[in-house]
Design a protein around this ligand. Structure first.
Ligand SMILES: C[S@@+](CC[C@H](N)C(=O)[O-])C[C@H]1O[C@@H](n2cnc3c(N)ncnc32)[C@H](O)[C@@H]1O
Length: 270
């Protein structure tokens, strides 16, 4: 069958869940994964023998399964990370956060900790760039830490990984803290895309109670004594609430917009 027909099948069937360009993009990811081919193969009118495999993938996508959980890989800031259902799929905004941290701290050679490390995408990428630094990552989830260990080994970086519940445990002194913590209140479930809600780990998405800012507050309270420089990812909807809380704490902070112009990246200094 011609690849162009498979592409049309994907965009047609996936229209209920995704925009045309997202559905088209999903087809191109499947094409690259299965046949190591780009969109040129479609433009050249090439045929495929893997019709059944494309169909199986399409069925999973129609259930809302993220394609990265099928391909088991997610590119992040120039590195390829292994991912599966145990971890959040790294997002472009998090690449932007990492970019900011690297630009802001060139040739950094101190100690840095990523809190809620998931796949390990943040500390592994930082360690890859900061050759002289001691970079660590922690997570409450043993499952996530297993994925992070695997990525650190495959990508050949020396990152310390450890289990920690940041809401209840204390941490040592680090010069830099980075965190993309859970920040969705359970009451917001109804507004989420089905593919995120039904497939990605809820431990990575939702805060336990009703305060979506709990992780930011707890982390800042814990590292205040060490005067660590903190970098956070958050939702643009919490800017006002976070500003108000940071003002009460007399902290210096600076927001950076993501590529969509949303205030989602925050630096806090003491
Ligand atoms: C939004 S995900 C971020 C994952 C990864 N850093 C990224 O940006 O792709 C949040 C992570 O925080 C972890 N987490 C949730 N509760 C935690 C807690 N109390 N202490 C430490 N980590 C926690 C989750 O297991 C999850 O891996």
């Amino acid at each position: 069958m011609q690849l162009g027909l498979i592409k049309a099948l994907y965009t047609d069937k996936l229209a209920t869940l995704y925009s045309y360009s997202e559905a088209e993009n999903l087809f191109y990811i499947a094409l690259q994964w299965l046949e190591k081919k780009s969109r040129t193969a479609v433009l050249l009118g090439q045929e495929t023998l893997l019709v059944d495999t494309y169909q199986v993938i399409l069925e999973d996508l129609l259930l809302g399964k993220p394609i990265q959980y099928l391909t088991k890989e997610a590119p992040f800031y120039g590195l390829d990370f292994y991912v599966d259902e145990r971890v959040l799929i790294p997002r472009p905004e998090t690449e932007q956060l990492v970019h900011w941290v690297i630009e802001d701290n060139q040739n950094f050679a101190g100690a840095a900790l990523d809190i809620g490390t998931g796949s390990g995408c943040i500390p592994i990428t930082l360690s890859h760039h900061w050759k002289g630094a001691k970079v660590s990552g922690c997570d409450i989830s043993e499952d996530a830490l297993e994925v992070a260990y695997q990525n650190a080994e495959t990508l050949g970086v020396n990152v310390e990984l450890f289990r920690c519940d940041i809401l209840t445990e204390e941490i040592n002194k680090y010069d830099i803290i980075i965190s993309n913590p859970p920040y969705i209140a359970p009451s917001e479930k109804g507004e989420m895309h089905i593919n995120v809600l039904n497939n990605e780990p809820h431990l990575a998405l939702f805060v336990g109670g009703d305060d979506p800012l709990i992780f930011y507050k707890k982390i800042i309270e814990k590292v205040r004594i060490h005067r660590s420089k903190c970098y956070f990812e958050t939702s643009e909807f919490y800017r006002k609430q976070l500003d108000a809380w940071l003002e009460t704490q007399n902290l210096r902070y600076h927001w950076q917009c993501d590529f969509q112009g949303k205030n989602r990246l925050l630096r806090v200094t003491f």
